[in-house]
Design a protein around this ligand. Structure first.
Ligand code: LRH
Ligand code: MN
Length: 424
Protein backbone atom coordinates (compact mmCIF):
# COMPACT_ATOMS: atom_id res chain seq x y z
CA UNK A 1 0.00 0.00 0.00
CA UNK A 2 1.48 3.33 -1.04
CA UNK A 3 -0.09 5.32 1.77
CA UNK A 4 -0.33 4.16 5.40
CA UNK A 5 -2.31 5.34 8.39
CA UNK A 6 0.69 7.18 9.88
CA UNK A 7 1.16 9.26 6.74
CA UNK A 8 -2.54 10.16 6.85
CA UNK A 9 -2.35 10.90 10.60
CA UNK A 10 0.63 13.26 10.30
CA UNK A 11 -0.99 15.00 7.31
CA UNK A 12 -4.20 15.51 9.30
CA UNK A 13 -2.31 16.74 12.34
CA UNK A 14 -0.83 19.51 10.19
CA UNK A 15 -4.19 20.55 8.74
CA UNK A 16 -6.29 20.06 11.89
CA UNK A 17 -6.08 23.61 13.41
CA UNK A 18 -7.24 25.25 10.17
CA UNK A 19 -9.91 22.58 9.68
CA UNK A 20 -11.31 22.92 13.19
CA UNK A 21 -11.67 26.70 12.75
CA UNK A 22 -13.65 26.32 9.52
CA UNK A 23 -15.73 23.46 10.89
CA UNK A 24 -16.57 25.28 14.14
CA UNK A 25 -17.68 28.34 12.15
CA UNK A 26 -20.00 26.21 10.01
CA UNK A 27 -21.38 24.34 13.04
CA UNK A 28 -22.19 27.77 14.48
CA UNK A 29 -23.90 28.95 11.31
CA UNK A 30 -25.72 25.87 9.99
CA UNK A 31 -28.24 23.51 11.66
CA UNK A 32 -28.28 19.77 10.84
CA UNK A 33 -24.56 19.33 10.16
CA UNK A 34 -24.20 16.10 12.19
CA UNK A 35 -26.92 14.37 10.11
CA UNK A 36 -25.14 15.44 6.94
CA UNK A 37 -21.81 14.04 8.18
CA UNK A 38 -23.35 10.60 8.89
CA UNK A 39 -24.87 10.58 5.39
CA UNK A 40 -21.54 11.51 3.80
CA UNK A 41 -19.66 8.79 5.68
CA UNK A 42 -22.09 6.13 4.34
CA UNK A 43 -22.01 7.47 0.76
CA UNK A 44 -19.62 5.51 -1.47
CA UNK A 45 -18.85 6.26 -5.14
CA UNK A 46 -17.73 3.46 -7.49
CA UNK A 47 -14.55 4.09 -9.47
CA UNK A 48 -14.50 2.89 -13.12
CA UNK A 49 -11.76 0.35 -13.85
CA UNK A 50 -11.44 1.90 -17.32
CA UNK A 51 -10.48 5.34 -16.06
CA UNK A 52 -7.31 4.65 -14.05
CA UNK A 53 -5.01 5.42 -16.98
CA UNK A 54 -4.70 8.39 -19.29
CA UNK A 55 -7.58 8.72 -21.76
CA UNK A 56 -7.26 10.05 -25.27
CA UNK A 57 -9.12 11.07 -28.36
CA UNK A 58 -8.71 10.13 -32.02
CA UNK A 59 -6.30 13.03 -32.21
CA UNK A 60 -3.94 11.75 -29.59
CA UNK A 61 -3.20 10.23 -26.19
CA UNK A 62 -0.49 11.54 -23.86
CA UNK A 63 0.31 8.84 -21.29
CA UNK A 64 1.45 10.08 -17.90
CA UNK A 65 3.47 7.09 -16.58
CA UNK A 66 2.94 4.76 -13.64
CA UNK A 67 -0.37 3.59 -15.06
CA UNK A 68 -1.79 0.26 -13.81
CA UNK A 69 -0.68 -2.63 -16.08
CA UNK A 70 -3.29 -5.14 -14.91
CA UNK A 71 -6.46 -5.56 -12.84
CA UNK A 72 -4.51 -6.12 -9.63
CA UNK A 73 -2.73 -2.75 -9.99
CA UNK A 74 -6.07 -1.09 -10.86
CA UNK A 75 -7.58 -2.45 -7.64
CA UNK A 76 -4.58 -1.15 -5.70
CA UNK A 77 -5.05 2.31 -7.28
CA UNK A 78 -8.72 2.36 -6.27
CA UNK A 79 -7.57 1.15 -2.86
CA UNK A 80 -5.26 4.17 -2.68
CA UNK A 81 -8.11 6.55 -3.58
CA UNK A 82 -10.29 4.93 -0.93
CA UNK A 83 -7.56 5.20 1.72
CA UNK A 84 -7.24 8.92 0.90
CA UNK A 85 -10.98 9.82 1.00
CA UNK A 86 -12.85 6.76 2.36
CA UNK A 87 -15.59 7.57 -0.19
CA UNK A 88 -14.41 5.35 -3.08
CA UNK A 89 -15.29 1.95 -1.63
CA UNK A 90 -16.29 0.23 -4.89
CA UNK A 91 -14.89 -0.56 -8.35
CA UNK A 92 -16.95 -0.97 -11.51
CA UNK A 93 -15.39 -3.37 -14.02
CA UNK A 94 -15.61 -3.28 -17.80
CA UNK A 95 -15.47 -6.65 -19.60
CA UNK A 96 -13.33 -7.65 -21.52
CA UNK A 97 -11.02 -4.74 -20.68
CA UNK A 98 -10.72 -6.10 -17.09
CA UNK A 99 -11.51 -9.81 -16.96
CA UNK A 100 -10.56 -11.22 -13.54
CA UNK A 101 -8.11 -14.10 -14.07
CA UNK A 102 -9.04 -15.73 -10.77
CA UNK A 103 -12.31 -14.23 -9.44
CA UNK A 104 -11.81 -15.50 -5.88
CA UNK A 105 -8.29 -14.02 -5.74
CA UNK A 106 -9.51 -10.75 -7.29
CA UNK A 107 -12.37 -10.53 -4.79
CA UNK A 108 -9.98 -11.22 -1.88
CA UNK A 109 -7.54 -8.58 -3.12
CA UNK A 110 -10.33 -5.99 -3.34
CA UNK A 111 -11.48 -6.90 0.17
CA UNK A 112 -7.96 -6.13 1.47
CA UNK A 113 -8.55 -2.54 0.32
CA UNK A 114 -12.11 -2.61 1.72
CA UNK A 115 -13.49 -2.48 -1.83
CA UNK A 116 -16.60 -4.19 -3.26
CA UNK A 117 -17.55 -4.67 -6.91
CA UNK A 118 -20.32 -2.39 -8.20
CA UNK A 119 -22.02 -2.81 -11.60
CA UNK A 120 -20.19 -4.84 -14.27
CA UNK A 121 -20.21 -3.32 -17.77
CA UNK A 122 -20.52 -5.26 -21.04
CA UNK A 123 -18.78 -4.19 -24.25
CA UNK A 124 -20.44 -4.85 -27.60
CA UNK A 125 -19.07 -1.61 -29.09
CA UNK A 126 -15.64 -3.04 -30.06
CA UNK A 127 -14.62 -6.16 -31.98
CA UNK A 128 -12.31 -8.40 -29.97
CA UNK A 129 -9.46 -10.34 -31.66
CA UNK A 130 -10.87 -13.48 -33.33
CA UNK A 131 -14.47 -12.36 -32.82
CA UNK A 132 -16.76 -14.19 -35.31
CA UNK A 133 -19.30 -11.42 -36.01
CA UNK A 134 -18.44 -7.71 -36.20
CA UNK A 135 -20.34 -5.03 -34.28
CA UNK A 136 -19.67 -2.43 -37.00
CA UNK A 137 -23.37 -2.15 -37.67
CA UNK A 138 -24.49 -2.72 -34.11
CA UNK A 139 -24.91 -5.54 -31.67
CA UNK A 140 -28.39 -6.25 -30.18
CA UNK A 141 -30.01 -4.22 -32.99
CA UNK A 142 -28.07 -6.03 -35.73
CA UNK A 143 -29.98 -7.31 -38.77
CA UNK A 144 -28.02 -10.59 -38.46
CA UNK A 145 -29.38 -13.04 -35.84
CA UNK A 146 -25.95 -14.63 -35.20
CA UNK A 147 -24.43 -11.23 -34.37
CA UNK A 148 -27.30 -10.49 -31.97
CA UNK A 149 -26.80 -13.89 -30.31
CA UNK A 150 -23.07 -13.21 -29.92
CA UNK A 151 -23.87 -9.95 -28.11
CA UNK A 152 -26.46 -11.63 -25.88
CA UNK A 153 -23.99 -14.39 -24.97
CA UNK A 154 -21.34 -11.79 -24.11
CA UNK A 155 -23.70 -10.01 -21.71
CA UNK A 156 -24.59 -13.33 -20.05
CA UNK A 157 -20.84 -14.03 -19.72
CA UNK A 158 -20.39 -10.63 -18.07
CA UNK A 159 -23.18 -11.46 -15.57
CA UNK A 160 -21.29 -14.70 -14.76
CA UNK A 161 -18.11 -12.72 -14.00
CA UNK A 162 -20.13 -10.33 -11.85
CA UNK A 163 -21.73 -13.12 -9.85
CA UNK A 164 -18.25 -14.52 -9.02
CA UNK A 165 -17.12 -11.07 -7.80
CA UNK A 166 -20.22 -10.35 -5.71
CA UNK A 167 -21.53 -7.63 -8.03
CA UNK A 168 -25.32 -7.13 -8.10
CA UNK A 169 -25.89 -5.26 -11.35
CA UNK A 170 -25.11 -5.17 -15.08
CA UNK A 171 -24.78 -1.95 -17.06
CA UNK A 172 -25.62 -2.26 -20.75
CA UNK A 173 -24.49 0.67 -22.89
CA UNK A 174 -25.07 0.06 -26.62
CA UNK A 175 -23.19 2.06 -29.26
CA UNK A 176 -25.88 0.78 -31.65
CA UNK A 177 -27.54 3.24 -34.03
CA UNK A 178 -26.99 4.70 -37.49
CA UNK A 179 -24.90 7.41 -39.11
CA UNK A 180 -27.07 8.20 -42.11
CA UNK A 181 -30.81 8.54 -42.91
CA UNK A 182 -32.13 5.34 -44.47
CA UNK A 183 -29.36 3.20 -42.95
CA UNK A 184 -31.57 1.69 -40.23
CA UNK A 185 -35.20 0.58 -39.71
CA UNK A 186 -35.80 2.17 -36.32
CA UNK A 187 -38.74 -0.13 -35.43
CA UNK A 188 -36.81 -3.33 -36.22
CA UNK A 189 -33.72 -2.03 -34.42
CA UNK A 190 -35.84 -1.29 -31.34
CA UNK A 191 -37.58 -4.69 -31.49
CA UNK A 192 -34.29 -6.63 -31.98
CA UNK A 193 -32.70 -4.72 -29.10
CA UNK A 194 -35.68 -5.33 -26.83
CA UNK A 195 -35.65 -9.09 -27.60
CA UNK A 196 -31.91 -9.18 -26.91
CA UNK A 197 -32.31 -7.34 -23.62
CA UNK A 198 -35.15 -9.73 -22.68
CA UNK A 199 -32.79 -12.73 -23.08
CA UNK A 200 -30.14 -10.93 -21.00
CA UNK A 201 -32.79 -9.99 -18.41
CA UNK A 202 -33.84 -13.66 -18.16
CA UNK A 203 -30.25 -14.55 -17.20
CA UNK A 204 -30.16 -12.12 -14.25
CA UNK A 205 -30.07 -13.67 -10.77
CA UNK A 206 -33.21 -12.77 -8.70
CA UNK A 207 -31.41 -10.08 -6.64
CA UNK A 208 -29.70 -8.39 -9.59
CA UNK A 209 -30.52 -5.21 -11.53
CA UNK A 210 -29.81 -4.28 -15.17
CA UNK A 211 -29.09 -0.64 -16.00
CA UNK A 212 -29.95 0.49 -19.54
CA UNK A 213 -27.61 3.42 -20.27
CA UNK A 214 -28.80 5.90 -22.94
CA UNK A 215 -26.72 8.28 -25.06
CA UNK A 216 -27.74 10.98 -27.57
CA UNK A 217 -24.89 10.47 -30.07
CA UNK A 218 -21.38 8.96 -30.66
CA UNK A 219 -20.17 6.73 -32.05
CA UNK A 220 -23.29 6.90 -34.22
CA UNK A 221 -24.16 10.38 -35.39
CA UNK A 222 -27.68 10.12 -36.93
CA UNK A 223 -29.53 7.89 -34.44
CA UNK A 224 -28.73 5.91 -31.30
CA UNK A 225 -30.96 2.89 -30.56
CA UNK A 226 -31.01 3.83 -26.86
CA UNK A 227 -30.81 7.56 -27.54
CA UNK A 228 -32.48 9.27 -24.60
CA UNK A 229 -34.17 8.78 -21.24
CA UNK A 230 -37.54 8.09 -22.87
CA UNK A 231 -36.19 5.24 -24.96
CA UNK A 232 -34.28 3.80 -22.00
CA UNK A 233 -37.46 4.00 -19.89
CA UNK A 234 -39.41 2.23 -22.66
CA UNK A 235 -36.97 -0.69 -22.55
CA UNK A 236 -36.84 -0.74 -18.73
CA UNK A 237 -40.64 -0.76 -18.45
CA UNK A 238 -41.01 -3.53 -21.05
CA UNK A 239 -38.23 -5.64 -19.45
CA UNK A 240 -39.55 -5.75 -15.90
CA UNK A 241 -38.93 -4.71 -12.29
CA UNK A 242 -35.20 -5.57 -12.29
CA UNK A 243 -34.56 -3.16 -15.19
CA UNK A 244 -33.71 0.50 -14.68
CA UNK A 245 -32.40 3.49 -16.60
CA UNK A 246 -28.83 4.79 -16.08
CA UNK A 247 -28.08 8.50 -16.37
CA UNK A 248 -24.61 9.37 -17.69
CA UNK A 249 -24.41 13.16 -17.28
CA UNK A 250 -22.51 13.52 -20.57
CA UNK A 251 -25.05 11.67 -22.68
CA UNK A 252 -27.58 14.48 -23.21
CA UNK A 253 -28.17 16.97 -25.96
CA UNK A 254 -27.04 20.54 -25.13
CA UNK A 255 -29.19 22.34 -22.50
CA UNK A 256 -31.13 19.22 -21.55
CA UNK A 257 -32.69 19.68 -18.08
CA UNK A 258 -31.02 16.63 -16.51
CA UNK A 259 -32.33 17.42 -12.99
CA UNK A 260 -35.92 17.24 -14.32
CA UNK A 261 -35.15 13.92 -16.08
CA UNK A 262 -33.75 12.60 -12.78
CA UNK A 263 -36.84 13.74 -10.84
CA UNK A 264 -39.19 12.01 -13.29
CA UNK A 265 -37.22 8.74 -13.53
CA UNK A 266 -37.06 8.62 -9.72
CA UNK A 267 -40.82 9.26 -9.57
CA UNK A 268 -41.32 6.37 -12.02
CA UNK A 269 -39.21 4.11 -9.72
CA UNK A 270 -37.02 3.49 -12.77
CA UNK A 271 -33.87 5.45 -11.94
CA UNK A 272 -31.11 2.87 -11.42
CA UNK A 273 -27.96 4.93 -11.15
CA UNK A 274 -25.46 7.41 -12.48
CA UNK A 275 -22.27 7.81 -14.42
CA UNK A 276 -21.00 11.09 -13.03
CA UNK A 277 -18.75 13.37 -15.09
CA UNK A 278 -19.04 16.85 -16.60
CA UNK A 279 -19.10 18.26 -20.10
CA UNK A 280 -19.40 21.54 -22.02
CA UNK A 281 -20.26 20.20 -25.45
CA UNK A 282 -20.53 16.39 -25.99
CA UNK A 283 -19.61 13.28 -24.02
CA UNK A 284 -16.47 15.04 -22.83
CA UNK A 285 -16.09 12.83 -19.69
CA UNK A 286 -14.48 15.70 -17.76
CA UNK A 287 -13.96 15.97 -13.99
CA UNK A 288 -17.29 15.97 -12.11
CA UNK A 289 -18.35 19.52 -11.21
CA UNK A 290 -15.54 21.10 -13.24
CA UNK A 291 -17.81 22.80 -15.81
CA UNK A 292 -21.27 23.12 -14.23
CA UNK A 293 -21.21 22.49 -10.44
CA UNK A 294 -24.59 24.26 -10.06
CA UNK A 295 -26.22 21.64 -12.33
CA UNK A 296 -24.65 18.88 -10.21
CA UNK A 297 -26.10 20.52 -7.07
CA UNK A 298 -29.55 20.82 -8.71
CA UNK A 299 -29.39 17.11 -9.66
CA UNK A 300 -28.56 16.14 -6.06
CA UNK A 301 -31.32 18.44 -4.83
CA UNK A 302 -33.83 16.43 -6.93
CA UNK A 303 -32.24 13.17 -5.77
CA UNK A 304 -32.48 14.00 -2.06
CA UNK A 305 -36.04 15.34 -2.41
CA UNK A 306 -37.18 12.41 -4.57
CA UNK A 307 -35.43 9.68 -2.53
CA UNK A 308 -36.73 11.07 0.79
CA UNK A 309 -40.24 11.25 -0.68
CA UNK A 310 -39.99 7.47 -1.10
CA UNK A 311 -37.87 6.70 2.04
CA UNK A 312 -35.06 5.40 -0.14
CA UNK A 313 -31.63 4.66 1.38
CA UNK A 314 -29.39 7.30 -0.17
CA UNK A 315 -26.23 5.22 0.04
CA UNK A 316 -27.50 1.89 -1.33
CA UNK A 317 -30.70 2.27 -3.38
CA UNK A 318 -29.06 3.81 -6.45
CA UNK A 319 -25.80 3.06 -8.31
CA UNK A 320 -23.32 5.88 -7.75
CA UNK A 321 -20.51 5.54 -10.29
CA UNK A 322 -18.04 7.85 -12.02
CA UNK A 323 -17.44 7.54 -15.76
CA UNK A 324 -14.60 9.79 -16.83
CA UNK A 325 -11.64 9.95 -19.15
CA UNK A 326 -8.52 11.87 -18.29
CA UNK A 327 -6.79 13.47 -21.30
CA UNK A 328 -4.71 16.14 -19.54
CA UNK A 329 -4.94 15.43 -15.75
CA UNK A 330 -3.33 12.73 -13.62
CA UNK A 331 -6.05 10.02 -13.53
CA UNK A 332 -5.94 9.62 -9.74
CA UNK A 333 -5.93 13.37 -9.06
CA UNK A 334 -8.88 13.74 -11.47
CA UNK A 335 -10.82 10.99 -9.68
CA UNK A 336 -10.06 12.53 -6.23
CA UNK A 337 -11.46 15.85 -7.49
CA UNK A 338 -14.53 14.11 -8.95
CA UNK A 339 -15.37 12.31 -5.69
CA UNK A 340 -14.89 15.59 -3.78
CA UNK A 341 -17.29 17.41 -6.16
CA UNK A 342 -19.92 14.69 -5.70
CA UNK A 343 -19.64 14.82 -1.89
CA UNK A 344 -19.86 18.65 -1.93
CA UNK A 345 -22.99 18.66 -4.14
CA UNK A 346 -24.61 15.95 -1.98
CA UNK A 347 -23.79 17.87 1.26
CA UNK A 348 -25.20 21.12 -0.16
CA UNK A 349 -28.39 19.31 -1.25
CA UNK A 350 -28.76 17.85 2.27
CA UNK A 351 -28.63 21.40 3.68
CA UNK A 352 -31.58 22.65 1.58
CA UNK A 353 -34.36 23.81 3.91
CA UNK A 354 -36.96 21.63 2.14
CA UNK A 355 -39.82 22.73 4.40
CA UNK A 356 -39.35 26.42 3.56
CA UNK A 357 -38.77 25.58 -0.10
CA UNK A 358 -42.03 23.66 -0.34
CA UNK A 359 -43.79 26.57 1.40
CA UNK A 360 -42.34 29.05 -1.11
CA UNK A 361 -43.35 26.74 -3.98
CA UNK A 362 -46.86 26.42 -2.49
CA UNK A 363 -47.13 30.21 -2.49
CA UNK A 364 -45.49 30.72 -5.91
CA UNK A 365 -42.90 32.84 -4.13
CA UNK A 366 -40.33 32.35 -6.87
CA UNK A 367 -37.67 34.73 -5.55
CA UNK A 368 -37.80 33.20 -2.05
CA UNK A 369 -37.56 29.68 -3.51
CA UNK A 370 -34.37 30.69 -5.33
CA UNK A 371 -32.94 32.29 -2.18
CA UNK A 372 -33.56 29.09 -0.18
CA UNK A 373 -31.99 26.88 -2.85
CA UNK A 374 -28.98 29.10 -3.48
CA UNK A 375 -28.34 29.60 0.22
CA UNK A 376 -27.52 25.88 0.38
CA UNK A 377 -25.50 26.04 -2.85
CA UNK A 378 -23.55 29.07 -1.65
CA UNK A 379 -22.75 27.45 1.71
CA UNK A 380 -19.09 26.35 1.73
CA UNK A 381 -19.60 22.77 2.89
CA UNK A 382 -15.99 21.71 2.40
CA UNK A 383 -15.32 21.64 6.21
CA UNK A 384 -18.27 19.22 6.59
CA UNK A 385 -16.98 16.96 3.79
CA UNK A 386 -13.48 17.08 5.34
CA UNK A 387 -14.86 16.31 8.83
CA UNK A 388 -16.62 13.23 7.40
CA UNK A 389 -13.29 12.09 5.98
CA UNK A 390 -11.50 12.76 9.27
CA UNK A 391 -14.05 10.65 11.18
CA UNK A 392 -13.67 7.87 8.58
CA UNK A 393 -9.90 7.72 9.05
CA UNK A 394 -9.18 9.41 5.71
CA UNK A 395 -7.13 12.48 4.81
CA UNK A 396 -8.35 16.03 5.42
CA UNK A 397 -6.75 16.97 2.05
CA UNK A 398 -6.62 13.88 -0.22
CA UNK A 399 -5.22 15.63 -3.30
CA UNK A 400 -2.73 17.61 -1.19
CA UNK A 401 -1.51 14.39 0.47
CA UNK A 402 -1.29 12.60 -2.93
CA UNK A 403 1.01 15.41 -4.14
CA UNK A 404 2.98 16.02 -0.93
CA UNK A 405 3.85 12.32 -0.75
CA UNK A 406 4.73 12.26 -4.47
CA UNK A 407 2.56 9.18 -4.97
CA UNK A 408 2.57 9.46 -8.78
CA UNK A 409 6.39 9.41 -8.74
CA UNK A 410 6.25 6.31 -6.54
CA UNK A 411 3.90 4.64 -9.05
CA UNK A 412 6.18 5.59 -11.96
CA UNK A 413 9.19 4.18 -10.04
CA UNK A 414 7.26 0.94 -9.38
CA UNK A 415 5.64 0.55 -12.82
CA UNK A 416 7.70 2.58 -15.25
CA UNK A 417 7.19 5.65 -17.44
CA UNK A 418 5.56 4.02 -20.42
CA UNK A 419 2.89 1.74 -18.93
CA UNK A 420 -0.56 1.86 -20.60
CA UNK A 421 -3.78 0.85 -18.78
CA UNK A 422 -6.65 -0.90 -20.60
CA UNK A 423 -9.78 1.21 -21.06
CA UNK A 424 -10.78 4.37 -22.85
C1 LRH B 1 -20.25 5.38 -23.29
C2 LRH B 1 -19.89 5.16 -21.84
C3 LRH B 1 -20.36 3.85 -21.27
C4 LRH B 1 -19.15 3.01 -21.12
C5 LRH B 1 -18.11 3.74 -21.84
C6 LRH B 1 -16.78 3.51 -21.27
O1 LRH B 1 -19.94 6.67 -23.68
O2 LRH B 1 -20.35 6.23 -21.09
O3 LRH B 1 -20.81 3.98 -19.97
O4 LRH B 1 -19.30 1.71 -21.39
O5 LRH B 1 -18.49 5.09 -21.75
MN1 MN C 1 -21.14 5.98 -19.12
Amino acid sequence: MLIDKNAIASHNEKLLPQHEKGFAYLMGMQPGVEKVIRKLIDFQVAIPSWALGTGGTRFGRFSGGGEPRNLEEKISDVGLLHALNRSSGAISLHIPWDIPGDAAKTKALAAQYDLRFDAVNSNTFQDQPGQKHSYKFGSLQHVDKATRKQAIDHNIEVIRHGIELGSKSLTVWLADGSCFPGQLNFRKAFQNTLEGLQEIYAALPPDWKVFVEYKAFEPNFYSMTVGDWGQSLLYANKLGEKAYTLVDLGHHLPNANIQQIVALLLNEKKLGGFHFNDSKYGDDDLTVGSIDPYQLFLIFNELVEGMDARNMDHANDLGWMIDASHNVKDPLEDLLQSVEAIMIAYAQALLVDTGSLQDAQQNNDVARAQEILQHAYRTDVRPIVAEARLRSGAALGPLQLFRENKLRDALVKERGERTVATGL
